[in-house]
Design a protein around this ligand. Structure first.
Ligand SMILES: Nc1ncnc2c1ncn2[C@@H]1O[C@H](COP(=O)(O)OP(=O)(O)OP(=O)(O)O)[C@@H](O)[C@H]1O
Length: 249
């Protein structure tokens, strides 16, 4: 079993002004943690900071006790962490197979077998291996981005709004695949606008407000918490509505 530990991480885009402050979280293999909160709370920044894609002011990220802090993304991937950004997450001009090969560059000899394994979870992609990524639908492209991150057999994946901008049908399918990925033992840290949906899929929820952890509790507790319902779940009795609206960053 693997453990990803984010320990009082303070980070942002300026050397002196942090966007997230002392954010901590722990994930274990097969566990899904949802990061929710209002627009601009720092959810995407949190994920980028874990992966070393913005300025880390203080704190640490450890995978099985080994520090990832300050490591380049290639080393972080090699250690077992995958990251799926919200936009520009596939090579549009390359085929599905080529995209997957790019994701698996660490294990050349195993590439063919790994593509077989990964596309078992993504039948759409298996059927489209020879097509260019730009010919895929938005949902299929997000699936490809997730599949590519899985090529290196990561212990954990960080997903930044994988369902943003998708039609309801694809939202359902992407969620089903996130659950399937978690069922294979991968730990998932997921940022989502639709807080109810995210908490329903996760075991824990982290509520970020103004760059700080407002709550870190089991999802079932958050789903029943009147304050969370009021502020982030669209009020009592509502269906799965996004907690917030507006353009995602
Ligand atoms: N590349 C960047 N450079 C400078 N500031 C940024 C950058 N990206 C985001 N920010 C700022 O950091 C703050 C947090 O943004 P972030 O995207 O992490 O929030 P979020 O919770 O993911 O929001 P949303 O739900 O709208 O995606 C915002 O004030 C945003 O304007």
């Amino acid at each position: 079993m693997s453990v990803l530990e984010i320990d009082r991480l303070t980070a942002g885009y300026h050397r002196t002004i942090p966007t997230i402050t002392e954010v901590s979280a722990v994930l274990t293999s097969g566990e899904t943690v949802a990061v929710i909160g209002p627009n601009g709370a720092g959810k995407s920044t949190f994920i980028k900071a874990i992966f070393g894609l913005c300025i880390q002011h203080s704190g640490a990220v450890r995978l099985d006790g080994v520090s990832l802090t300050g490591q380049p993304p290639s080393k972080i991937v090699a250690r077992g962490l995958g990251y799926v950004p919200q936009v520009s997450n596939v090579f549009a001009g390359l085929t599905v197979r080529e995209n997957l090969e790019m994701g698996g560059y660490l294990q050349r000899r195993e590439i063919r077998r790994r593509i077989e394994e990964v596309t078992e979870v993504f039948p759409d992609l298996r059927a489209a291996l020879g097509r260019k990524a730009e010919q895929l639908s938005g949902g299929q492209r997000n699936m490809l981005a997730l599949a590519r991150a899985l090529m290196t057999k990561p212990a954990f994946v960080l997903l930044d709004e994988p369902t943003a901008g998708l039609s309801p049908l694809y939202v359902d399918r992407v969620w089903a695949q996130v659950r399937q990925v978690a069922a294979t033992g991968v730990g998932v840290l997921i940022v989502e606008q639709n807080a109810r949906r995210a908490l329903e899929a996760a075991q824990r929820g982290l509520v970020l407000v103004e760059g700080k952890v407002a709550m870190n509790r089991p999802s079932t507790e958050l789903l029943g918490n009147p304050e969370v319902i009021e502020l982030y779940l669209g009020g009592e009795g509502s269906a799965s509505q996004p907690a917030t609206t507006g353009e995602a960053s």
